[in-house]
Design a protein around this ligand. Structure first.
Ligand SMILES: [Zn+2]
Length: 123
């Protein structure tokens, strides 16, 4: 482990999980809350329901089959947001909470809210 502090660059660990409620700290949706519907650990990004909505124009594809699976026309969907731009909201005290990692006996890890000391992870 390097002793110096690295800048806010993605380091390969995403502390957020699908289903977490988070608050957005930066960007156009600053202050918004939402649930994580997908995580992209490789990029350190998360997709949050209703946050960072982008409009995509999808053209109908001719696949040869009768019904194309993809939705066509103008679709709005949440775009991935950097994990560092969001903060987990503790389900117990419903405040944006920093978490610490606690090791549990069976070898797993659990996240604990620093404010109320409750386990954040759903069991
Ligand atoms: Zn808490």
């Amino acid at each position: 482990m390097p002793l110096f502090k690295r800048k806010a660059q993605f380091q390969g660990k995403l502390r957020l999980k699908k289903g977490d409620e988070v608050i957005v700290l930066a960007g156009k949706d600053k202050g918004k809350r939402g649930k994580i519907i997908q995580t992209i650990p490789d990029e350190g990004k998360v997709i949050i329901d209703g946050v960072n909505i982008v409009t995509r124009h999808q053209r109908p594809r001719m696949t040869g089959r009768a019904t194309p699976k993809t939705q066509t026309g103008t679709i709005k969907k949440p775009a991935p947001l950097a994990g560092g731009k969001v903060m987990l909201i503790c389900p117990h005290c419903s405040k944006p909470a920093k978490t610490t990692i606690h090791l549990v006996e069976d070898g797993g890890k659990t996240r604990v809210c620093k404010l109320c000391h409750q386990t954040v992870d759903a069991t």
